[in-house]
Each structure stands twice: as C-alpha cells, then as structure tokens.
Design a protein around this ligand. Sequence first.
Ligand SMILES: *Cc1c(COP(=O)(O)O)cnc(C)c1O
Ligand SMILES: [Zn+2]
Length: 568
Amino acid sequence: MQSTNSGYTLRCFTCKSVNDERETSTYCTKCGSVLTVDYNEVRKEIQYPIENIIPDPLKNHYTALRRLDRLSEMYGTELYAKLENENPTGCFKDRGSYIEVLKALELGVDAICLASTGNMAASVAAYARYFKIPCYVFVPEKTPQTKIAQATIYDAIIVKIKGDFRTCEELCREFAKTGNYYLAGDYVFRLEGQKSFCYELLEQGPIDYDYIFVPIGAGTNFAAIHKGFQEMIAAGHEIKMPTFVAVQPEQSSPVVEGIFKKEKIIADQVHTMADAVAVANPFDFYKVLTIYEENNSLALTASEDELLECMKEMSVEEGIFTEPACAIPLATFKNNLDTFKGKKCLLVLTGTGLKSTHIVAKYSLSSPVLSPKIERVQQYLESGFPEIQKKSWGQSRDMFMGNVNMDEEHARLYEEYVSSCNKKGKTLKQEEIKALKSLVYNEEKDLEYPVEVLDYKLTMRMHGLVSAAIKLKLPNGEEIVSLDQGVGPMDAIITAIKAETDAFIPLEVKKHEVEILSPDTDSLVIVSLTLEKEDYIFTTKAASPDTLEALIQAFVKGLAVANKALVA
Ligand SMILES: *Cc1c(COP(=O)(O)O)cnc(C)c1O
Ligand SMILES: [Zn+2]
C-alpha cells in the first residue's frame, strides 16, 4: 500500500483551534476536547502525519478478508469478516502502534508510556522494542497474563496497577509529564495509523457493504475506520460508505448508552469477559456520537452468554478463533436478524483467541486425568463425560456435572462434601459446585483409608515455628496424638502426620498447590498434593472452605492410594 504526506494541521475536534503536536497529542489545550488530523491536500493514497514514512517493518501482508460461507447461508446474509487477528501481535492495534512509535521517534523522546487493557501494551511494546525505544506500560491488575507476557517479551516495563483501565490511564498521563516521554494510547496519531484498514480493504475487493460492525472500547478504531472511508471518498475512490454498527457488551456499554443519552457517560466500573473493550471512560466518545448522527449508525449490545455462544459458533463454523470482544459483532447481528437479513455485512474481528484461552478454560469443563489403562479409557468414553463437555460450553455451569452419570459411590462422596460444607455454614456457589463435582468425578472410589485424622490443634506464633498436635486413628484401631513442629501450619501438620505414618507408609510431598475458587474469605479451597512413594508419583486433591482441612484430607487420601499401591 502506497502512502504519502502532504502536510497537516492538528485541529481540535470541537473548537477547531490548531494545536501544536509538541505540546499535545491527547486533548485540545484550549477546550480539552479531542484532536483530529487535517491534511492540507486530498490524496488517493493513505496519508500519515509522519515526515519520513517507512513501511511497517513488522508486517508484510494484509489481514485476510473472508466471506463467511457457512454463516452467510445459515442466516441468509452476505457475511464477511476482516481477520484483524492476523496483525503482527494478533490485534488491529498494530496499525496504530506503528504510526505512534514513528511519531515518538520523530519527536526524539526518551521513552514511550501508555495505559492498556492488554492488547495495546503488547502492540506498542513490539514496535517500541523494534525501534529501540524504552516502553512503560500501565495495566490494570486484572489484565490477562498472556497479554502481559507478550508485552514482557518485548522488554516493556510493566507497571501493574490496583484498579481498572481508567485508573491506569490517569496515572500514566501523570507519569508522562515526569520526563521526555511520548504518551501513546487512543490518541490522534494512533487513529491515523488505524485508517490503513480501509485502504487494505479497497485492494481486496469492492467496498460496497451495507453495514460494518465494529467492537468498541474507547471508540478510536470506529472513528479511524470512518475517517479512512471519508478520506477515500473525498479523494474520489468509488466506495459506498457503509452504515456503521457500534457494538459493545451489555455489561460494559458506556458508548452505546451515551449515544442514546447524547452525552458522554463514564461508567463507575465495567466488567465483561471481553476485556479488550472494558473501557469505562471512552476517549473518542464524541467522535463516535458525531459519526452515529451523520452516518445514521446503529448502536447495539449483546450479553455475556451470547458472546460465549458466538465465539464458539465462529470457531466451529468458520474455524476462526477470536477473543470475546470479536464475538460482539456476530452476537449483535444475530440479535437483530430482521435488520440485517439479505444485506452485505462486514464484521471487524479485532483480535486473536489465542490470548484468551483462559476464557475457554473457564467456561468449559476440564478433563479428568485417567490412569493409563485401556479399561479406564473405555469407561471414561462411555461415562457421558465427553458429550457433556462438548455441550457444556456457554451453558450455566451448575448444569454441567449434574448430568454426568455419577455412580452411587461418587454421588455419596459428593453428598459428603456438600454436607460438610453446609455444616460449616457455607453455601456453595455455582463455580464451587462445578469444581467440586469435577473433583469428585476424578476421585478413586472404594479407597480404604488406613489412617484417619480425628482432630488437630495448632499453636502459632508470630516469629516462631508452628506446633501441631494431631489425633490419629491407626490401622490397628489405636488412637494416638502426634506432636511436631513446622515452619508454617501446612508444614507442621504434614510433619506431625508423617511422624507416625512414615514407618508403615513412607510418603513424600513433592509439590502442593492451593486453589481458591472465589474472592470471598469463605471460598471453597482445593488443595492438590503431588506425592511420591518410592518410584510411584501421583496426585490427590481435596476441597474444603478450610485450607488446612483440605490439606489433611488430601494427604490422608494419599496414604490410602499409596497403601493400595503397596498391597497391589
Ligand atoms: C482495543 C480493542 C478494541 C476496541 O478498540 P477501541 O479503539 O478502543 O474502540 C476491540 N477489540 C480488541 C481486540 C481490542 O484490542
Ligand atoms: Zn478545542
């Protein structure tokens, strides 16, 4: 794609006053509104606000434009998708980062800083590192680890902040003033970079779409694509301006709500699995609103369940695995089929699903670990579990395991767990029920317990060792109290039990993991122990709202498994 530059002015979107890019590329210094780039000339090629433009060094191919054949047939529409996940870091943000980083180079800054929900962090970090500029990224604490990891490999300095994206943005803006830093983000130069979407599209076929669906966070990409089309039309390209469809998750929709109220809404907090669009304070809201009014756009939302359903649908019908934000176009399309039937629609699929595997893991059932015996494999395949696993996607989670044929033993085990939780005054939440059922399903039945823990008492001191007194029932029926010490409560308990049991069942703890299922203090806790008896290594798990009780159960279970292996 050819690009040129004819010179430009940085103009305020609202009061139209001219701003100096050495002073600001974020807000108008006169009125505080957002800025826009006005080119001095109209040109056929894409124009960038960069003096000496060089081709994007990280990208040498266009992102694919795909006709979604199966979905088109299913819904009686011409559905197309532009696969923006094919950009260098897996997200359309690269189009903007390329220009922002070139601008930072041009301005001769010492470093770049930005706040991000994850994708922009990885993207700016990649370009900054290529051009050897240090890069600081401010991310909310809840940012998916994959996205942070991606920024880390590009040597970004990660500043993880307690708070949401908005908190990060405000803090980063303050940080930018503490040095000769370029503040990257959803600002005016990024928008210019993201226009390249339109020019690529032009080279991929006629632009004659009735509708274009754009998932919105800050609204910058929506405004960028619209500006690209506008500049192309002004330059005499034969394209039809599509009707824009601004789409957001129902649970995080300040832009859509703001459009209907005709004023900017800043949400208190936003919470959606589509983390890439979880933006409470949409920077480019007024650009989106203006486009909405002039373009006769639509503004639509979809629920979290609908996002899950559409993520799945695009994967199985078209083989396209995207992150949840990119499921919003298909979900809103399906919610308004009457409007879109028979039309030509373009879905902007903004980012890859490979960074969101945690969502897939969270909303599908994990597979049990089987002992390596063909009978066990057969039994597993016949248990109904794989079918349930397939069907479980996107359904309410307490349904999942309820449908597996749990045999009597397992059903009894499950009841025991639930009643022991209830005795402690704890009601199980959906997530906890799911985890518990899956744990029980994996349990070996007809285990004989050689040792029982009847009671325990810990004495803890701030700076000293922890002492444990454990009342045990041994295989010969004898009840004894074992006393020992450890560096913490877990260590003290295990040491005290082992003091009595090592003599007849030698068992070592190789690894222990504690999984806390909810943020509440009474959360169900799952303790997993990797245990070794001579050369035999195995894992046991137990659940309880009390971590130490789960630990004791898991270890005692380990003794039972080891004992069985010893006998066998
Ligand atoms: C950033 C992002 C969006 C939202 O784009 P805005 O320009 O903030 O409106 C949508 N999808 C993905 C995958 C993103 O990373
Ligand atoms: Zn202004």
